[in-house]
Design a protein around this ligand. Structure first.
Ligand code: NAP
Length: 259
């Protein structure tokens, strides 16, 4: 894809799942990667090995996004790894399931909003400030979810965080378009990852989910990586403030399985 060779990209949450898939795909397109993780050291070492084997230059940075006060220092460290960044992929997130009736003191709600919404908001703001100071443009891709648009029981915190991310992305796109900074959203459907493989590949679960999708199958982390590559490539230089839903047609059919 045009314009990816040598692009310096920070991917948050690159130690497993979709983030690791994004890293692999972007490495294949010749990007230089700053790979973030929080707790999964073995995972980030695996991602680093994979992208290095593909010939990519890559660095690793660590941060717990629940500690919002640490984000400024973290971002500065990430920016400096290759002298600057051309793109930020806000992928890290937690999938929380709870009902309000059981979430005492809204602790889970607040933690979900901190990691999934406030952290990307603050990181994108830090990225924009650096880009503006350096008089350069930039690309931001926020990994949201179909839950930002259509959701179901248990997901009030998660859905709120993702709907909020969709909304913030549009506002930031409007605010920063004048500086050449594009902000778009990737909204994946059901993509099996290490965290969910054991559930989603049970025959009854696979049947329930894939039969709800017109395409009849789950998505892959590589497909999310390709979409991310597209959103930071030259092909989308005039695209900003958009939510790109990639879900095998699940929410278009409007037939969310009962959990
Ligand atoms: N898989 C799906 O079906 C799906 C669908 C729609 C949207 N998404 C979104 O895709 C993103 C990646 O999720 P995934 O499915 O690939 O799951 P995953 O494999 O569990 O990846 C989550 C990533 O987020 C990082 N993370 C978790 N807590 C963190 C914290 N406190 N501070 C900083 N980083 C933290 C993890 O880092 P460590 O493990 O190193 O702590 C990990 O790298 C999430 O935003 C999720 O909402 C996933």
């Amino acid at each position: 894809m045009k314009g990816l060779q040598g692009k310096r990209v920070l991917i948050t949450g690159a130690s497993s799942g979709i983030g690791a898939g994004m890293a692999k795909v972007l490495a294949g397109y010749g990007c230089k990667l700053v790979l973030h993780y929080n707790a999964n050291q073995a995972g980030i070492e695996q991602t680093l090995q994979t992208v290095t084997d593909l010939g990519a230059k890559a660095k690793v940075v660590r941060c717990d996004f629940a500690d919002l006060d640490s984000l400024e220092v973290f971002f500065e460290e990430a920016w400096q790894q290759f002298g600057a960044l051309d793109a930020l992929v806000n992928n890290a997130g937690i999938v929380t399931k709870s009902t309000a009736l059981k979430d005492s003191g809204a602790r889970q709600f607040n933690r979900t909003l901190a990691i999934n919404l406030q952290a990307p908001y603050l990181l994108s703001t830090a990225f924009a400030k650096h880009c503006i100071a350096a008089k350069q443009g930039g690309r931001i891709v926020n990994n949201s979810s179909i839950h930002g648009q259509a959701t179901c029981e248990w997901f009030s915190a998660y859905a709120a965080s993702k709907a909020g991310l969709d909304a913030i992305s549009k506002v930031q796109a409007v605010e920063w378009g004048q500086h050449g900074i594009n902000v778009n959203v990737l909204a994946p459907g059901v993509v099996p990852v290490e965290r969910t493989n054991h559930i989603l590949h049970k025959p009854e679960m696979a049947e329930k989910w894939t039969s709800a999708m017109p395409t009849g199958r789950y998505g892959t982390v590589e497909e999310m990586g390709e979409a991310t590559a597209y959103l930071i490539s030259d092909l989308t230089a005039w695209m900003t403030g958009q939510v790109i839903t990639i879900d095998g047609g699940l929410i278009a059919r409007g037939n969310y399985p009962r959990r």
